[in-house]
Design a protein around this ligand. Structure first.
Ligand SMILES: N[C@@H](CCC(=O)N[C@@H](CS)C(=O)NCC(=O)O)C(=O)O
Length: 218
């Protein structure tokens, strides 16, 4: 059965690949699994039909043969377990790659999300200028550590894995802040990740949703 994921009908990032359906689309493309997308509005995400799939009324969700999942990390793990290509076969290497998945979502993403939320909701407030300095420091602390561990390696631990996919997805959320540019090895990691054909296909698919929502030029 072809799995179905949900994504924003109108993504706030205007198709820049930052919404969390992107990482699921990317994983689906990496493993060569065709999929369908159901687009949902913000209002629909909070309705009982969607909340039955996602208790927090968010995207993405994933439905496949009677299995319903939420949380992008769990969905990527499901795909990586089901197919070859995103997790090593060796049991220790596999668990290390899974550790990187958790690290991306649990250790690196929170400070990045906090920074984005402050920009979105607090940037007009009098405290923003001092708060952003503190938030940037916390982001940089994680990037310092990550950069040290990555060193000259192409990926975090051996071959490209779901850990790299999630870490790249998380770092991309720093967007135009320029913070990643101060770390040449992390910038190169992102360049390698986003050059992958699976990433490009996933990006184009989510961007097409935004482009289709725009009035014709002229
Ligand atoms: N931890 C969740 C976060 C999901 C999440 O925050 N989704 C956002 C889109 S990227 C969303 O649906 N936001 C709308 C809302 O929370 O109302 C995951 O990784 O799937």
């Amino acid at each position: 059965m072809t799995p179905t994921i949900t994504a924003f009908a109108a993504s706030p990032d205007r198709g820049k690949g930052l919404a969390r359906d992107m990482r699921v689309r990317w994983a689906l493309e990496e493993v060569g699994q065709p999929y369908q997308v159901r687009l949902v509005t913000f209002a629909e995400m909070k309705q009982p039909a969607h909340v039955a799939l996602h208790p927090f009324g968010q995207i993405p969700t994933y439905e496949e043969d009677g299995l319903t999942l939420f949380e992008s990390g769990a969905i990527v793990l499901r795909l990586a377990e089901q197919h070859t290509g995103l997790l090593p076969q060796d049991p220790h290497a596999r668990m290390r790659a899974i550790s990187w998945m958790f690290a991306a979502l649990n250790t690196v993403e929170p400070s990045i999300v906090e920074r984005s939320m402050a920009w979105l909701f607090e940037r007009e407030q009098p405290w923003y200028a001092s708060r952003i300095v503190m938030l940037d420091t916390r982001v940089r602390q994680r990037l310092d550590e990550l950069s040290r561990r990555l060193g000259d390696g192409p990926w975090l631990d051996g071959d490209f894995s779901a850990g790299d996919l999630l870490m790249a997805s998380v770092l991309l959320r720093l967007g135009s802040s320029g913070i990643v540019d101060a770390y040449p090895n992390l910038a190169a990691f992102l360049a390698r990740a986003t050059a992958r054909p699976a990433y490009r296909r996933a990006f184009a698919a989510q961007e097409a949703v935004f482009l289709a929502s725009q009035p014709p030029a002229g």
